[in-house]
Design a protein around this ligand. Structure first.
Ligand code: AP5
Length: 214
């Protein structure tokens, strides 16, 4: 059974590759970022608690993320595998998954340099309901400004402003990058496959590289 984690900095292309992998493997994408944005859009209690955190580029607490994941992976569609996009994001979250006995078949790290990330974020256009992302130049939708599947209008994310992107990159290097060593070590003592791909290649080349290894 395929259970994957996609690691990588903001804007590395995790969401883009997650959609391709999930469609290829017929497994659900579990993106905590998408779930938090949905909560904010619906105006519910969780959304009110996390909205400021997302807009500032900081991380939501491990406690909140833990409770979201516990509920999500209980659902029927996760019985035959799933893909985690953007979670875990801290060693605390990774250890929580160990405590919950959730194991993984693959950890895929997508690497991209900071400068390229900043360029990508400024041109990103987003479909909030599904989490699909496009880029005005590198990955444009069929009709400019509209989602390919639903035809809904695309938006720019609040946290894609340059100053917030810099903050998100800093948070990534401080709190998420240590997961690389965590999962390399896990792979040395279990069946877990850990590998990195160069996320600076074209979308379809990055996917081909991942497809070959999963
Ligand atoms: P989240 O939504 O997870 O954001 P992120 O990890 O910062 O990642 P992004 O969605 O920004 O980028 P991506 O890697 O998916 O790239 P994409 O495919 O869009 O989290 C948002 C916030 O929620 C966090 O800051 C935090 O506050 C909170 N949060 C979420 N999960 C949390 C957790 N577990 N714990 C605590 N807090 C949490 O691609 C980017 C752009 O590049 C697009 O325009 C795309 O079209 C383009 N592109 C993609 N691939 C390529 C390519 N190969 N070549 C050229 N362009 C490309």
């Amino acid at each position: 059974m395929k259970k994957l984690i996609l690691l990588g900095p903001p804007g590395a292309g995790k969401g883009t590759q997650a959609d391709l992998i999930c469609s290829y493997l017929s497994i659900p994408k579990i993106s905590t970022g998408d779930m938090l944005r949905e909560a904010i859009a619906s105006g519910n209690e969780l959304g009110k608690r996390v909205s400021g955190v997302l807009n500032s580029g900081s991380l939501v607490s491990d406690e909140i993320i833990g409770s979201i994941i516990v509920e999500r992976i209980k659902k029927q569609d996760c019985q035959n595998g799933f893909l985690f996009d953007g979670v875990p994001r801290t060693l605390g979250q990774a250890n929580l998954l160990v405590d919950m006995n959730v194991s993984f078949s693959h950890v895929v790290e997508i690497s991209v340099e900071n400068q390229i990330i900043i360029e990508r974020m400024s041109g990103r256009r987003f479909h909030i309901a599904s989490g699909r992302s496009y880029h005005v130049d590198f990955n444009p939708p069929k009709n400019i400004g509209f989602d390919d599947i639903t035809g809904d209008a695309l938006v720019q994310r609040e946290d894609d402003k340059p100053e917030t992107v810099l903050k998100r990159l800093e948070v990534y290097h401080d709190q998420t990058k240590p997961l690389t060593n965590f999962y390399i070590e896990e792979s040395s003592k279990s069946d877990l496959n850990y590998f990195t791909v160069n996320g600076e290649n074209k979308v379809e080349e990055v996917f081909k590289n991942i497809e070959d290894q999963i």
